[in-house]
Design a protein around this ligand. Structure first.
Ligand code: GTP
Ligand code: MN
Ligand code: MN
Length: 373
């Protein structure tokens, strides 16, 4: 009989796409800390440093127990000296000096607020910080030149930074479904992103739209968006044309292309919230707003690309990044949200389902609810 302490659990694979990462997260305090440092490094343009933290945190998300001792890390991959030190500090002292320093730094806090505005990326947030701006009011007062998207983002900042609930996502789904089926009966509307992974809340609602007869989806989105707009359901939107050219071969560059080429619409919906606040005080009842602004992404895909789009939009972001990295480095294949290409045989690999894509990659199928890396 061996001693219990010598019994090793199953080893944790290196790539996140080889792991099953279900909710909940047993190590949230540790993953929060590592993710703060990853984000801080990203704000500082230290990509390598950021990736190191960003790869360590998901390992802790994937294990079904809480790490309570620094030694627990010995059997885990992706932990460099710096990440280990953070875990050691937190398990031994309850918190990390470095993480606390970041959290209290004016720069981190400001960039966090600015990059939380829809339409503001890390570069813009940093530029504003360098210019001496610190708060949303600074942006409003200075009459800073904002583009239309940032303008809307600033206007609806509070709503867009409060979590979208599953119930709200379902309501939006009904609205979208109704609008799409009005113009294209037989269309398939799928809720993707975090909600597809079983999350109970998210920062937006993501939809994929397709039709089993390839080609029928063309011209659909503009009709849907015009109709939604005419109903007063959109507070903001911008559309992107389909710019995909079916390649005969793909380069590694294609897998680094973070953006896809589907016809899509990035929008802010106006969701009615009737009755919910009726019971609250009778004073100034007319001031109580009965709607909420919500971020919604609509993406239209030809049916033959649908499995790739579904895999690409279900996330998580880290899971996606790891799938592509695994494909290139372990299989010499190029994966994006449109296609999978085998560079050894020089062929495109078609798929009818997500399962087909995992099979092409020689990976065990991972359920959407297990992709919360
Ligand atoms: P929450 O919205 O915060 O709940 O998380 P989420 O996982 O749904 O994130 P998000 O809505 O940002 O993105 C959903 C998935 O779609 C992620 O895996 C992203 O990597 C992917 N995604 C987001 N934008 C794009 C894009 O423009 N192109 C492609 N191909 N994928 C995208
Ligand atoms: Mn989302
Ligand atoms: Mn989204």
């Amino acid at each position: 009989e061996s001693d219990a302490s010598e019994v090793e659990g199953p080893t944790v694979p290196v790539y996140a796409c080889q792991r099953r990462t279900a909710l909940p997260n047993w190590n949230q305090i540790l993953t929060d800390a590592l993710e703060i440092l990853a984000e801080e490094a990203e704000f500082g343009n230290s990509e390598g440093r950021s990736l190191a933290f960003a790869r360590a945190a998901p390992v802790l998300r994937s294990i079904p127990y809480a790490v309570t001792r620094f030694e627990d890390l010995n059997s885990l991959p992706c932990f460099g000296a710096h990440s280990r030190k953070i875990v050691q500090e937190i398990t031994e002292d309850g918190s990390s000096v470095e993480v606390q320093r970041v959290l209290h730094s004016e720069r981190y806090r400001t960039l966090k607020v600015f990059s939380g505005i829809f339409g503001v990326g890390k570069k813009t947030a940093d530029r504003w910080y360098q210019e001496g701006l610190r708060t949303l009011d600074d942006l409003r007062k200075k009459e800073k030149k904002l583009n239309r998207q940032q303008e809307a983002g600033l206007q609806h900042y509070t709503d867009l930074n409060s979590p979208v609930t599953r119930l709200e996502a379902d309501k939006i789904q009904h609205v979208v479904q109704d609008a799409v089926l009005r113009f294209l009966p037989g269309a398939i509307i799928t809720l993707t992103g975090g909600f597809q992974r079983g999350k109970q809340s998210g920062h937006d609602v993501d939809f994929l739209i397709t039709h089993p007869t390839e080609g029928k989806e063309m011209g659909l989105l503009i009709k849907v968006v015009s109709w939604l707009s005419s109903q007063g359901l959109l507070l903001y939107h911008h559309m992107k044309q389909n710019s995909y050219k079916e390649p005969t071969q793909m380069s590694v560059q294609a897998s680094k292309d973070r953006l896809d080429h589907f016809e899509s619409c990035f929008s802010i919906f106006k969701l009615d919230t009737p009755n919910e606040q009726m019971e609250s005080s009778s004073t100034a009842a007319e001031n109580i707003r009965n709607w909420k602004a919500l971020r919604v992404d609509l993406v239209v895909t030809p049916f033959s690309q649908y499995p790739f789009a579904l895999l690409g939009w279900t996330g998580s972001k880290h899971f996606e990044r790891e799938l592509r990295r695994f494909a290139v480095h372990e299989r010499k294949m190029i994966l994006n949200s449109h296609a999978l290409y085998d560079t050894k045989q020089n062929v495109m690999l078609p798929a009818h389902s997500e399962e087909d894509i995992f099979a092409h990659l020689g990976l065990d199928y991972i359920l959407p609810t297990e992709r919360n890396a």
